[in-house]
Design a protein around this ligand. Sequence first.
Ligand code: TXE
Length: 483
Amino acid sequence: MIQQIDNFIGGELVAPAGGRYLDNFDPAVGRVYSGVADSDARDVERAVAAAHAAFAKWSATPADERCRVLFRVADIIERDLEKFALAECVDNGKPLTRARTAEIPRAVKNFRFFATALLHERSDLHVVDREALNYTLRRPRGVCGLISPWNLPLYLLTWKVAPALAVGNTAVAKPSEVTPMTARLLADACVEAGLPAGVLNIVHGSGTQAGAALVSHPAVTTISFTGGTKTGRAIAAAAAPMFKKLSLELGGKNPNLVFADADMGAAVDASVQAAFANQGQICLCGSRVYVERPAYDEFVARFVEQTRRLRVGDPLDPATQQGAMVSRVQLEKTREYVELARREGGRVLSGGGPPVELPTRCRDGYFHQPTVIVDLPPECRVNQEEIFGPVVTIAPFENEADAIKLANGTEFGLSASVFTRDVNRAHRVADAIQAGTVWVNCWLLRDLRVPFGGMKQSGVGREGGDEALRFFSETKNVCVKVG
Ligand code: TXE
């Protein structure tokens, strides 16, 4: 009998109203290893009612007590790090080492950061001559709907849960149906930490059924979503007529610009990381690399050599650097894009198909080699659409203006990296790139204090730091006449 993952509603594990479960696959072996509640509007109704009932008390709980509870949740995840890391690895296919050293510790940090950030919040006071005082109150918004994807399952879920709860909201979370296991463990951590029943509820199931019911529920005031741009569009359309407060973190097609004066070794290291970390399944991955012409040949040779050395294998093996892709759908999508690249005139310099050697256990897993493609024009589909797999394209550019034009030449605007030793150019180019985050001589150095989000079709709104606390708060001005 495989484990069935139930919903977490009102502090208890509850079977879905319809009694149905979706298959949950271990992508490294290509087999079902658990079932996940296939919830519908009835389950969402129940979860929203529990969140609604818990709101008055939780929002009135002193901030330092809320902070203490969230800290306890962080401590429990940290204590059980191995259990969480294994769950994320088996659900998602990512190397266990990555889950253990990056994703789960970052989820712990989310809870600690937002719990303490709350204690440092300031409020504004504006004085109008001797006539009036205006002060600004920030209050929790009520029940928040938190919808998260499968690529960084616990990190992106807690990135929403922690600030929403810290501010005093209650929440109904809908994790990705493809990777539900860490959310299931989070429910246990919340109970053990003493989080009052109903403050966090977790409803599992498909996006079109459970997710859509959450978005359209009239008692859910606020929706925070991370996922694909197409889904974001559907959610925005459903939420807009109800005037819900909305944050959308969507896809990316992020450029890496490497100027000829850059430290080539560092640029190659960071660009390989940016292209293939988490099998290329991070919205911030640098999937289009542009290199200044004089450095192009050297960069490509070093990049390909380093890519070939990446070890693809069993995610449980500590030596593995590239695990399995999350699902058969994602694997097929990646294969189709590689075929498309060939038809569009691209030359595959490395990878391009399944790995040659895999342990027997992983024979039916969803693996794809890290793949490097050159000779594709900037406007082709492979250079315009988000693949979300281990595929990178490299092309030359002639000068700074050309580099900026290429960087900005897609409908996305999530992040970018610039590699140069010229500090003036670094600032100039960073300013000209249309992206929510620009890294200079690095990739994915994250600071939870800074605003995070995308321009153009990469999203609406900003999360992170104060922005998150403000997003999950209602703002009210009180004007008091003096004298
Ligand atoms: O994302 P979805 P998927 C991108 C990436 C990937 C594509 C699809 O390009 O290939 O999205 O991946 C829920 N109403 N990113 O299918 O469908 C869904 O159940 C309400 C980028 O996983 O957007 C899940 O919980 N909810 C990304 C969540 O939305 C709905 C990370 C995300 O699912 C819904 C992951 C609906 N109508 C994928 N439909 C990033 N930017 O980090 C789905 N959902």
